[in-house]
Design a protein around this ligand. Structure first.
Ligand SMILES: Nc1ncnc2c1ncn2[C@@H]1O[C@H](COP(=O)(O)OP(=O)(O)OP(=O)(O)O)[C@@H](O)[C@H]1O
Ligand SMILES: [Mg+2]
Length: 309
């Protein structure tokens, strides 16, 4: 299937369950195509669960949801062995991480020890339970949510965990016309769950097409230039990792595919940079007090770096 048709089919089906958020859905699609994970940041009741669950339906993928809580153990995520009295054996009870699309709600409500169960899952696509390693489902995508206005009883995500997310997406409130349209459709009961409209095989073929997208040397230089600039910028406490460069590359190939091109252009990188870099860099407090944000610095860096022709 051609890339543009692939995206349009998804956007059209998602309209059944949600008003607006086309960019969020496009970024989720890019992430799925390039085997990335997504951190959704947004206040309660903004449609995060609705988007994630219905997105999984589209490909008939197995979906699971984990509500993270302060007293949770890593085994609540990964699974555990229990003793079966009838057979006298230890039997594996797989945890909710064994699904294709896993929604980890309020990821920062659980202590680092439990969050660390996600680190191996995110990078290795495997989990270790009592010394034995198990491969996760394929494809595997973690969608984590975080509420930006909660400050009590939450834990800052470790840098190593943040770095494993391809994108951080800030979900803003809908526009007024969108909220009005939502009310009307709620009133008329015209929201529906999405159906499966593509198979996992369609997804697999699209992923193969993404791998074939051409990337010019100038684009490699452009990615390197942007990411490396974050490491030497005086306004930042720390810059982005090589994993960020890698994610920019993979995501830009998926975006090129969805735009019906077989090569990456600088605009792909420009569009993706804020979603890929903002959670991996940190503005120094003195600049933060002046109202400068991570996104401002990224915009500035992009404006300064020469765009390849
Ligand atoms: N843009 C929208 N279009 C249609 N319905 C919406 C939209 N935004 C929110 N809703 C509705 O608001 C309700 C809450 O949505 P949902 O549970 O997905 O939010 P959430 O962001 O996951 O909240 P929480 O952080 O509390 O889990 C649902 O009934 C959903 O249908
Ligand atoms: Mg929710």
């Amino acid at each position: 299937m051609e890339g543009r048709e692939f995206l349009n089919k998804i956007l059209k089906e998602m309209k059944k369950c949600i008003v607006g958020y086309e960019t969020v859905i496009e970024l989720l699609t890019i992430s799925l195509l390039s085997e990335g994970h997504v951190l959704l940041e947004g206040v309660p009741g903004i449609g995060k669960t609705t988007i994630a669950k219905n997105f999984a339906n589209i490909f008939g993928l197995k979906f699971s949801r984990i509500q993270l809580m302060p007293d949770m153990m890593p085994s609540d995520i990964t699974g555990f062995y229990y003793y079966n009295q009838k057979t006298g054996d230890f039997v594996l009870k797989k945890g909710p991480i064994f699904a294709n699309i896993v929604l980890a709600d309020e990821i920062n409500r659980t202590p680092p020890k439990t969050q660390s169960a996600l680190l191996e899952a995110m990078q290795e696509k495997a989990v270790t339970i009592e010394g034995k390693t198990f491969k996760l489902e394929e494809p595997f995508m973690l969608i984590a949510t975080k509420n930006p206005i909660d400050h009590e009883g939450v834990y800052e995500l470790p840098e190593a965990e943040k770095d494993r997310f391809m994108f951080k997406i800030d979900i803003d409130y809908p526009r007024e016309d969108e909220e009005m349209s939502m009310l009307l459709r709620k009133h008329e009961e015209k929201f529906y769950e999405t159906n499966q409209i593509m198979t996992p095989i369609d997804l697999k073929y699209a992923m193969i097409d993404v791998k074939k997208i051409n990337v010019n040397d100038r684009i490699f230089e452009y990615i390197c230039g942007i990411v490396r600039s974050t490491r030497t910028d005086d306004r930042l406490e720390h810059g982005a990792s090589p994993r960020a460069s890698e994610h920019l590359l993979y995501a830009s190939k998926a975006l090129a595919f969805l735009n019906g091109r077989n090569y990456v252009i600088p605009d792909d990188i420009k569009f993706l940079a804020e979603y890929i870099l903002s959670h991996r860099i940190k503005v120094k407090p003195e600049y933060g007090l002046e109202g400068m944000s991570e996104k401002d610095v990224i915009k500035d860096i992009i404006n300064k770096i020469e765009v390849p022709k």
